[in-house]
Design a protein around this ligand. Structure first.
Ligand code: PLP
Length: 451
């Protein structure tokens, strides 16, 4: 006998541990299928998904048979062998990925963003051991940035509500301030704001003792922390500070990577060349779990410094050897190339921002910001005080949008009292008509909830 909808709902409530939430008394959403930008729930209700799978992942949209077939074909040939060996899809994928990353030559594969960052941290620590007598072990991270869910990536998390109750943390991680112009500590109109924000890094590095600091990790554009595009000049100064103190620059491209902001990688908008780039969500548009830690040849060589018998990266992630993920990722990149999707990301990103700017007429819409199809709206009690609107109100606006059949994201219990940002990140195939639907639904939902 087949199960009823109610059986599935009961099973979900009884046995499934949902991420990031309690059920909070509501019937959980159970998703069943997706096509293009749209998904259906178990009751047959259709939603326009302006989140690319809830957490900015399904970048080329749902229902891509090419990706499913590429993965299936690989599984039929050979599904797995430990990544201590080579494999055809891994070689093809790595070559293709690196063709969009001038200056980089090594791809290390694992299966989540947290893992990709953990690898980067291990590289920094090992290089510190091999080249600096273990002294240059500290890693500086930025307030508001997120780098993952493991204890060490949480140790480098600039979002205090995510860390709460999970300490003690891994030693050697130090925070520097965020670079959000809307909530700048500097007076409005301050010249060289980007440089001023970046100098905050130098202050922290000097305080820690530059000889003890090995690396800096940042998201090129902060995603979950509130969609923060650093002001002009920021990354030039960050680069200069890294060079001055011999710090490796790690770009966490887990959200921005593979085209989300309109270039292949977020850092490519800025005049900066990182040493290590991590990526995950969009690598195979989440059709398969795959993440990468990509480095320069210099980093690869540094890990062999000194002729020590243990001087190579002694790391393995079992599922880095699941070749269907690499096959899916290769197909994903081919789709982005063949359909010129980055052009659409730029055009629709600009169009979305223009629409969202129209919402600034609402008394509670304080700021609109973003790049490409990574856009955010910050809500406030009033524009003069900029007091953040309470999270309950943001949840209510998102609920009103879901009622209208549009799903959007939001800062979710990340910063006490500052979870006041709604974010939009639809798949790269979004059209003008769909952007209109999303922006109109937001407009109506703001009126419904806030009056
Ligand atoms: N880095 C950033 C910028 C992220 O947004 C995330 C996840 O949201 C991660 C790292 C961690 O990725 P994962 O959840 O795949 O471990």
């Amino acid at each position: 006998m087949s199960k009823s909808t109610q059986d599935y709902v009961s099973g979900d409530i009884a046995n499934v541990w949902h991420h990031l939430t309690l059920h909070q008394g509501n019937a959980p959403m159970i998703v069943t299928e997706g096509k293009g930008l749209y998904i259906k729930d178990i009751n047959g209700k259709e939603y326009l998904d302006a989140t690319s799978g809830g957490v900015w992942c399904v970048n080329v949209g749902y229902g891509r048979e090419r990706i499913a077939n590429a993965a299936a074909e690989q599984m039929k040939k050979i599904p797995f062998y430990a990544a201590s060996c080579g494999s055809l899809p891994t070689i093809d994928f790595s070559e293709k990925l690196l063709s969009h990353m001038p200056g980089f030559s090594r791809v290390y594969i694992s299966s989540s963003g947290s893992e990709a960052n953990e690898k980067a941290y291990k590289m920094v620590r090992q290089i510190s051991q091999l080249k600096h007598g273990g002294k240059k072990y500290k890693i500086v991270y930025r307030n508001r940035d997120y780098h993952g869910t493991t204890i060490s990536t949480l140790s480098s998390c600039g979002q205090e509500e995510r860390r709460e109750q999970y300490g003690p943390f891994t030693p050697g991680f130090v925070e520097f301030p965020a670079c959000l112009a809307y909530r700048s500590p500097y007076p409005e109109g301050t010249p060289d704001l980007g440089e001023k924000f970046a100098r905050e890094l130098e202050i922290v590095v000097q305080k820690e003792d530059p000889d003890t600091v090995g690396a800096v990790i940042v998201e090129p554009i902060t995603a979950g922390g509130g969609i923060i595009v650093p002001p002009d000049g920021y990354y030039e100064t960050i680069s200069e500070i890294c060079k001055k103190y011999g710090l490796l620059l790690i770009m966490d491209e887990v959200v921005c990577g593979l085209g989300r902001t309109g270039k292949w990688f977020g850092y490519q908008h800025f005049n900066v060349q990182p040493d290590i780039v991590t990526m995950a969500k969009g690598v195979a548009s989440a059709y398969m779990p795959i993440s990468c830690t990509v480095t320069t040849e210099e980093i690869f060589k540094d890990l062999q410094a000194g002729g020590d018998k243990l001087a190579y990266f002694r790391d393995i992630s079992t599922f880095g050897g699941c070749m269907a993920a690499q096959a899916a990722a290769l197909e994903n990149i081919r789709i982005i190339e063949e359909e010129n999707l980055l052009d659409n990301v730029v055009a629709m990103g600009d169009y979305t921002q223009e629409g969202l700017r129209g919402l600034l007429a609402h008394a509670n819409v304080g700021d609109v910001r973003g790049k490409g199809l990574l856009q955010g709206v910050e809500f406030v009690e009033d524009k003069a005080s900029k007091t953040p609107l309470p999270e309950e109100k943001i949840i209510a606006i998102c609920g009103a949008m879901a009622k209208r059949g549009v799903l959007v994201g939001r800062t979710n219990r990340s910063f006490a009292g500052r979870n006041n940002i709604i974010n939009l990140a639809p798949a790269y195939i979004v059209t003008r008509a769909e952007v209109d639907i999303i922006v109109n639904a937001l407009d109506e939902s703001i009126r419904e909830v806030l009056g």
